[in-house]
Design a protein around this ligand. Structure first.
Ligand code: FES
Ligand SMILES: [Fe+2]
Length: 225
């Protein structure tokens, strides 16, 4: 089906291609690093070119899940993020990457839709998408900058002390997963810190990752009254 371009967004990102590919394939960060945009994420599996995941938009009055298929082509330096089920089915966000320096990449994003809305509606949607992607790329760039410092070993070590069960406990503020910042991360009364990059939880006393809590809701069909 031919697709119509709603808008094109271009900018320079101060990160290497390697960091950007890592970020594109990192489905887990969507609702954590971008809580204003994504309501949840559920990994559906890898594909030959990337992955498939179910997600939803944050703040929607009636959040509806949709499925994205992220397919990367490293040789062509481009990738598609296609919606393949749910609201927005058939849309494609096509991104091209041009390396312009060691840690500098030119990014061009095309927002493509299967039907051509009237021009006023199209331009309104396009403006909204550009604003959304400006915020997403700002947040991703900050993550990639810190991540690069972690990979290069140039991130200054830092620690934080919290009191758990009446005793002070000091822990590193570099997340053991990919180096996310734990400096201001939430620590609960049991000493469990939640990382803002992927939501993984660690016991600050042992450093061990703890499993996510089981989901709290019982389905209406199985609930007893
Ligand atoms: S960096 Fe991934 S959970 Fe902390
Ligand atoms: Fe992101």
């Amino acid at each position: 089906m031919p697709l119509t371009s709603l808008a094109t967004y271009e900018r320079t990102i101060y990160a290497s291609l390697e960091r950007i590919w890592e970020n594109v394939l990192d489905w887990e960060h969507l609702p954590w690093l971008h809580p204003e945009t994504f309501g949840h994420v559920r990994f559906l599996g890898t594909t030959p070119e990337g992955y498939r995941a179910e997600t939803s938009l944050a703040g929607a009055r009636t959040p509806e899940a949709f499925v994205i298929d992220v397919a990367i082509d490293r040789a062509a330096r481009s990738y598609h993020s296609r919606t393949v089920a749910g609201p927005g089915n058939g849309t494609d966000v096509f991104t091209r990457l041009d390396s312009v320096g060691t840690d500098e990449t030119r990014v061009t994003v095309d927002f493509l839709a299967p039907v051509a809305p009237d021009p006023v509606h199209a331009s309104r949607i396009g403006t909204r998408l550009v604003a959304m992607y400006t915020r997403l790329w700002d947040q991703d760039q900050a993550m990639m900058t810190r991540r690069q410092a972690v990979v290069d070993g140039t991130l200054a070590p830092s620690g934080r002390t919290v009191v758990v069960d009446g005793a002070p406990c000091r822990f590193s503020t570099v997340c053991p997963h990919l180096g996310g910042p734990l400096d201001a991360a939430d620590v609960d009364a049991r000493g469990i810190v939640t990382c803002p990059w992927h939501g993984r939880r660690f016991d600050v006393r042992t450093g061990q990752q703890v499993p996510a809590p089981p989901s709290a809701l019982t389905s209406a069909r199985s609930a007893r009254v």
